[in-house]
Design a binder for this molecule. Structure first.
Ligand code: FES
Ligand code: FES
Length: 167
């Protein structure tokens, strides 16, 4: 079996995995990082979203062996020591969850989404892709549309992201 060095949340973990093992399963079942959730296991729900070199990916669609040496951040690694990430506290303040199953993916996705927006990346609803778009509610909804919430906490998610984006 191939040996893979996974750099996760600032720590290097070396594991042996079969080439067919997803990054999601490696994180949850081999490294014990169960904050990242498995919803659909086919790229449709966003529950498994993690950050790789700062970009969001669905870890259920990624093979662990592809991520040897890349910087992976999961929900367990977004806080700054004892200080929660601003999105974590904003989700609590705005009731951005009910059961919480989608929340780790929502927060990881929102972190990358705000960075994408700050870098001037357009979305499917950006009227003029040549202009840096304002982060309207429509833009936030579109940019977060890959993260589903079966509890329907979308308004709280929107409020939390809007608050952090406005800082
Ligand atoms: Fe990966 Fe649903 S579990 S997108
Ligand atoms: Fe339950 Fe989103 S809070 S699925």
């Amino acid at each position: 079996m191939p040996e893979v060095r996974l750099h996760v949340n600032g720590t290097v973990r070396t594991i042996e995995v079969e080439p067919r093992v997803s990054l999601l399963d490696a994180l949850r079942e081999r490294l014990g990082l169960t904050g990242t959730k498995k919803g659909c296991d086919q790229g449709a729900c966003g529950a498994c979203t993690v950050l790789v070199d700062g970009e969001r990916i669905c870890s259920c669609l990624a093979l662990a062996v592809q991520y040897d040496g890349r910087e992976i951040t999961t929900i367990e690694g977004v806080a700054d020591g004892d200080r929660p990430h601003p999105l974590q506290t904003a989700f609590i303040r705005h009731d951005g969850f009910q059961c919480g199953y989608c929340t780790p993916g929502q927060i990881c996705s929102a972190i990358a989404m705000l960075a994408e927006h700050a870098a001037g990346m357009p979305s499917a609803v950006t009227e003029d892709p040549a202009e840096a778009p304002e982060l309207t509610d429509e833009e936030i909804r579109e940019r977060m549309s890959g993260n589903l919430c079966r509890c329907g906490a979308y308004n709280g998610v929107l409020d939390a992201i809007r608050e952090v984006a406005a800082r």
